[in-house]
Design a binder for this molecule. Structure first.
Ligand code: SF4
Ligand code: SF4
Length: 135
């Protein structure tokens, strides 16, 4: 039996999809390409950009009203993933524990302000948000 999860992605604006470095490996690229019916090279160019030494390819971002920017596959209205079946491994594994730190914080603030729809736009400082080459 799987562990219970103490978070609800359905009640969250998808903070994790706003991470600057969402890693994409070769297997992820093959899956994305297959899912979208395009070549691996086209998936690499259209969906990813250069990252850093640790994560050489990362998901491309686009502007977002809540978090300034998110992965290009996040639906800005539903806050759901539009490539769920072909999402990268990092997304499949996140948060990797029965708790999500952002959701814990969100739930606590929602309780404190008695607002079920409260959205927290900043949580912990993202140290990886320097400008990157976009190719
Ligand atoms: S931040 Fe946590 S609760 Fe929100 S979508 Fe990501 S994993 Fe789910
Ligand atoms: S691929 Fe989907 S789950 Fe992964 S970061 Fe992008 S929108 Fe979020």
């Amino acid at each position: 039996m799987s562990d219970p999860a103490f978070y609800s992605c359905a009640r969250c604006p998808a903070y994790c999809c706003s991470y600057a470095h969402i890693p994409v490996n070769e297997r992820d690229l093959r899956r994305l390409a297959r899912g979208h019916g395009i070549s691996i090279e086209k998936a690499r160019k259209n969906f990813t950009k250069r990252g850093d030494d640790e994560t050489p390819r990362v998901m491309r971002h686009r502007d977002d009203e809540i978090f300034e920017s998110t992965c290009i596959f996040l639906d800005p209205e539903t806050r759901g993933c539009t490539t769920y079946e072909s999402r990268p491994t990092a997304c499949r594994q996140y948060p990797g524990t029965v708790r999500c730190g952002y959701y814990d914080f969100l739930a606590s603030e929602r309780g404190r302000f008695d607002e079920d729809d409260l959205v927290i736009t900043a949580w912990i400082a993202d140290t990886d948000d320097e400008d990157e080459d976009d190719d």
